[in-house]
Ligand binder design. Structure first.
Ligand SMILES: [Zn+2]
Ligand SMILES: [Zn+2]
Length: 136
């Protein structure tokens, strides 16, 4: 079990199983969402996520044109999770909000074309120039 939470603690997720996938993303939307040169994202089946606290939703269009709904704490501003209209049974969680150095390492790194050049990983992370498939 893991707990993800915002900086102030008002918005929390209880994650009862390990993530299905952990991925790094270099796209500009993630850079701005994470206030970081890249984002680290853990994807869970929605049935193992329990959300407590209230969030504000910011909706943006993915490259596919479908909507992604980012949920952030209206007190401290941390984005903790998001849902994509294209994948309603999944929830994305910001790995930073789990703040556990032992958390599952990322398996893939996507949208590498916008990688800051000094950001490098070892061979355990599989790089993709776009997306590995048709998902956001
Ligand atoms: Zn907060
Ligand atoms: Zn991204």
């Amino acid at each position: 079990m893991a707990i993800a939470r915002c900086a102030c603690g008002a918005l929390r997720l209880i994650l009862s199983r390990p993530p299905e996938l952990t991925a790094l993303c270099h796209c500009s939307a993630c850079q701005r969402r994470a206030d970081s040169p890249l984002s680290a994202n853990a994807f869970y089946s929605i049935d193992c996520v329990e959300i407590s606290g209230t969030s504000t939703e910011f909706v943006r269009a993915a490259e596919s044109g479908r909507k992604v709904r980012m949920h952030f704490c209206s007190t401290c501003g941390s984005t903790v999770y998001w849902k994509a209209d294209a994948s309603p049974s999944w929830i994305g969680v910001a790995v930073g909000s789990i703040a556990d150095p032992a958390f599952t390492a990322p398996a893939i790194s996507i949208l590498e074309q916008s990688n800051h050049r000094w950001v490098q990983f070892d061979e355990t992370v599989e790089p993709f120039q776009g997306l590995p498939s048709n998902q956001d």
